[in-house]
Each structure stands twice: as C-alpha cells, then as structure tokens.
Write a protein that binds this ligand. Structure first.
Ligand code: UT7
Length: 327
C-alpha cells in the first residue's frame, strides 16, 4: 500500500492595507513643544515626521480602514474572514478587545476575533499566532492587524520618548492554502523575558492605578539589547527553514530606530538595498510599524509575489520575534 504525501497547509499572503491619520507632526513642530532639535532626532533615530490621531480617530477606526484596504487589495470580501488577530498596546478600551470592534465594523458575524499584547513585537506575534490557527486547519482566512495610537499614552513633556512614536495601522489577509509551492509563512520564532519590564513600560493600568498611564523608557538600555535579540531570532528562523540571509529579497524590520535597523542588517550581512525603511516618515508606530512598511513596499512595487521577506521586532516586556514569509 502506498501513501500520498500529506499536503501541507500554508498561510499565504493575499493582500495588505494601511491607514495613517491625516495629521502630521514634523520634528520642527516638536521643537516648539519640548527641548529637542531636528538634528538630534534625525541623527539618533532617523525619524523626520510622524502621524498623530485626531479627534474621532482611535485604534479601532484606523485598524478598520487598514483592514478594508487589505481586503480590497486581496480581492476578498469581509464575510470570508473567520479569524481576526489584532496586535495593539493602545486598545480603544480596556475591554472588549479592539479586534471585536473591528469585526463588528466590518460586519463580520462568524469566526473569532481577539487582541494580542506584545507591544512593538505585536505584529510578528499576531502573524505567528494566525499562522498556527490556519495551518492547524481550524480556520480558513485571517485578518492580521497591527494598530496603535501611542500618541495617547505619551508624556508630551518627556523629550526622551515623545519624539519617537507615531500612530497608524496596517493589515494583512492570510489565506489557508493546500499546496506544495512553499509560499506563505515559512517559519517564525517568538521570545519574551519579563525581567526587562522596567526598561520599557506604561506606568498605569486598571489593576494598579486605575489609570491608563504613560509610556516610560530607558532608551539606551533597550538599545543595548535590541540588535542581539532580533538577530538571534532571525538566525533561528533561518536555521528552521533551511534558508540563509543571502536568500532574502527584503528585510522588513520593526521601525523604531534607523541605527538599530542598520546594525541588525549589518550583523547578518543583509545589504542596505534590501532593507525596507519607513521610520523617517512614520516614527515608531509599535505593532503597526511592520505592516505599514510592508504595505509601503508592496504598493511601490518592491515586494512582489515569490519574494522572500523577513519581518522582525523587539519591544516592551521584553518581547521579540521574527517570521519568514514567501510572498
Ligand atoms: O520599539 C520598542 C523598542 N524601542 C527602541 O528600540 C528604542 C531604543 N532606543 C533608542 O532608539 C535610543 O536609545 C534613543 C533614540 C531613545 C536615544 O538615543 P541614544 O543615542 O541612546 O541617546 P541617550 O538616551 O543616550 O541620550 C543622549 C543625550 C542625553 O543627554 P546627556 O545625558 O548626554 O546630556 C539625553 O538627555 O541626548 C539627550 N536627549 C535628547 N536631546 C535632544 C534625549 N532625548 C532627547 C531629545 N532631544 N528628544
């Protein structure tokens, strides 16, 4: 008796979408608010401007627009979605999950929607989680979203943090496909280590202060760990998938700081020409930064079907992770 080889289910990317608030704050605008300078911000981070949510714009409204655009790019309807995984640290409310508000706004009544909280690593965690659901056969089509309004948790008098972050949302449609073509999410690695909490945290919450709190960060301390952590998980993903950094077409890192991005790429021998960078335009949008960068590079024609794309991020917790996608 012969057995047919079992066809593997893969999570394939059907489309991406993004939404940025209309209001832009340049470094010059921030010079009027805190003791900083365009020179300092550009030299230390690469950031030139960031988008800030206005009245009526929330994490769920930005996420819903990004999701609608991803569905349109994918050419599929909202009612074909049976899984929404939304990464955010700035939910509209403590509960219910922002994902369920997006689900309702899109008119989706089937399946399941939930949030993931891994701060800046949130989108990588959401992709890895959705991939596990889809490849298990339990769900068929997912919306994976990273959406944030960090401007609402910044201390606008603290120049060491308020110049770094921005608002936005990005979304991706992942489809469960049975084929041998080796496309879709090829591998992922997620990590966390709660001992690093005090280096990057929000100083409030329902169970402690009954307030939302404000973001606090020892930037230099975070910087020290970032390059090592993200290059370790990328190396693990290369090993898991039998690929090498030379095989990459595009490196799409979390957009926190251009120096971290360049140092991580250099450590793995990834040339500058293969890095997608949007940090100058968006600032650090936490869980939204990777899908915003992916959307930019898909829309301008850089990322094409068949390309090998590495995403990675590191953030509060600490959390960190990487995922390799054959587009
Ligand atoms: O996405 C989640 C993960 N987060 C990150 O990846 C952020 C990681 N960290 C960083 O990106 C960098 O550490 C920062 C951009 C936050 C800071 O850059 P740095 O080169 O590490 O600067 P620093 O914190 O060592 O500060 C250098 C100086 C200090 O002054 P003194 O003590 O040398 O006199 C700061 O007070 O720069 C001063 N400074 C500023 N000056 C002008 C800090 N913030 C500002 C500012 N404008 N906005």
């Amino acid at each position: 008796m012969t057995f047919e080889p079992k066809t593997k289910i893969r999570s394939r990317v059907l489309g991406v979408g993004a939404c940025l608030p209309g209001r832009i704050a340049t470094n010059a605008d921030l010079e009027k608010m805190v003791d900083t300078s365009d020179d300092w911000i550009v030299q230390r981070t690469g950031i030139r401007q960031r988008h800030l949510a206005g009245p009526g714009e929330t994490t769920s409204t930005l996420a819903t627009k990004a999701a609608e655009r991803a569905l349109a790019a994918a050419g599929v309807s909202a009612d074909s979605i049976d899984l929404i995984v939304l990464a955010t640290s700035t939910p509209d409310y403590t509960f219910p999950a922002t994902a369920t508000q997006v689900q309702a706004a899109l008119g989706i009544t089937q399946g399941v929607a939930f949030d993931i909280q891994a701060v800046c690593s949130g989108f990588v965690f959401a992709v890895a989680t959705a991939d596990k659901f889809l490849t298990s056969g339990s769900h068929k089509r997912a919306l994976v979203i990273g959406a944030e309004t960090f401007s609402r948790i910044l201390d606008w008098e603290d120049r060491t943090t308020c110049v770094l972050f921005g608002d936005g949302a990005g979304a991706m449609v992942l489809d469960a496909v049975c084929d041998q073509s080796n496309t879709g999410v090829l591998g992922s690695r997620l990590r966390s280590d709660g001992r690093h909490r005090a280096k990057l945290f929000v100083d409030g919450g329902p169970s402690t202060t009954q307030t939302v709190g404000r973001l606090r960060m020892s930037g230099r301390e975070v910087f020290k760990h970032a390059v090592g952590m993200v290059t370790d998980v990328m190396t693990d993903v290369f090993k898991d998938t039998g690929t090498r950094s030379e095989d990459l077409d595009w490196f799409v890192p979390h957009q926190a700081n251009e120096r971290i991005i360049d140092a991580s790429a250099a450590k793995l021998g990834i040339p500058l020409s293969k890095i997608v960078k949007t940090v100058s335009m968006h600032g650090n949008t936490s869980a939204a930064s990777i899908p915003l960068a992916l959307c930019t590079a898909v829309n301008d024609g850089r990322i094409k079907r068949g390309d090998l794309v590495m995403i990675e991020a590191m953030g509060g917790g600490f959390t960190w992770g990487a995922a390799l996608i054959r587009w």
